[in-house]
Design a protein around this ligand. Structure first.
Ligand code: NAP
Length: 285
């Protein structure tokens, strides 16, 4: 989902170089040395690593796969970047935090992941910090975008099919548009930023409010939304109740503040024709 938007953004902002995007068909990061050699053979200047096993509940049920892809796969990419003397950029997550802080998380707050996905991504952060000198680690959250199934498309689909939805109201974060993160990643690379940065759209809400806003902006506010607790939903992986990211460091070092999530959402819904006027457009994509 993020990869395809990022590829487009990087290709236009780094038109002075060659920007190549690989998915699992081109490189399987679980294939250790073979994958590392493939990267090194390209003689890259920058390696942006965003491949991951991102199914949070799937990770909980298959810890071995979660660590094989998100931790050991990241070690392979970090080694290859280091041996190529390339700059490494790694995408991480708000789920490294336990959610107990009660105010937006800073880059140097101590992680304490509640679920397997968060632990495997945090282990990935360790490998990047150990192996790839001068690396950039970007933690983001609650992503949606044009490419791939996400919360927005699920809400619209379920709203259309069932007419009523139950959404959790006890987890707070910042819904974030992949296009906005992609632009911020490009800016951070351009400014040769190093270390950890938090990147998310501004303002925050619960999934319930996010769901209600999606339906309202899409002209589907007749769909009823029922707030429920995470406990009642009973998903395999526990999520932090509050994982808003403080993005002041990004602002301080690059001058960039991402727009409020509701503005980005409006843009996404319009750009991707997801409003009630063109209900079939989404299905054609
Ligand atoms: N989505 C979010 O809300 C969120 C929040 C915070 C951070 N992030 C991080 O941001 C990054 C992008 O997330 P996203 O939502 O765009 O993810 P995504 O759509 O699930 O994309 C991840 C990609 O990695 C590929 N992949 C999986 N295993 C691989 C392997 N062994 N070798 C090579 N490629 C492999 C997947 O291929 P298949 O589809 O074929 O498996 C998929 O194309 C990830 O690092 C994620 O951890 C995401």
């Amino acid at each position: 989902m993020l990869g395809r938007d990022l590829l487009g953004v990087l290709q236009s902002s780094f038109s002075d170089g060659e920007v190549i995007g690989w998915d699992i068909e081109e490189i399987d990061i679980q294939k250790g040395e073979e994958a590392a050699t493939k990267i090194e053979n390209l003689r890259p200047g920058i390696v942006v690593h965003i491949a991951a096993y991102t199914d949070v509940d799937g990770c909980e049920l298959d810890e071995k796969k979660a660590f094989a892809v998100n931790a050991e796969g990241t070690r392979v990419v970090a080694l290859a970047a280091s041996r190529s003397q390339a700059k490494m950029v790694y995408l991480s997550t708000d789920y490294v935090f336990n959610g107990n802080k009660g105010e937006p998380y800073l880059e140097n707050d101590s992680p304490d992941p509640l679920n397997v996905y968060g632990r495997s991504k945090w282990r990935g952060e360790h490998y990047v910090q150990e192996l790839a000198k001068g690396a950039l680690i970007i933690r983001t959250q609650w992503l949606y975008g044009r490419y791939g199934k996400n919360f927005v498309t699920s809400v619209l689909q379920e709203g259309r099919e069932k007419g009523a939805l139950s959404i959790v109201n006890d987890q707070t974060g910042s819904p974030t548009y992949t296009v906005d993160v992609a632009k911020a990643i490009s800016t951070l690379i351009r400014s040769d930023a190093q270390g950890i940065f938090h990147v998310a759209n501004s303002d925050s809400c619960t999934w319930f409010t996010f769901g209600q806003t999606i339906l309202k902006l899409s002209g589907m506010d007749k769909v009823s939304v029922i707030p429920i607790s995470s406990e009642k939903l009973g998903r395999p992986a526990v999520r932090p109740s509050y994982s808003v990211l403080n993005c002041e460091k990004l602002k301080k070092e690059t001058g960039l503040t991402l727009r409020p999530w509701s503005e980005a959402l409006k843009d996404y819904l319009t750009t991707c024709h997801l409003t009630i006027d063109q209900p079939d457009d989404r299905q054609r994509r």
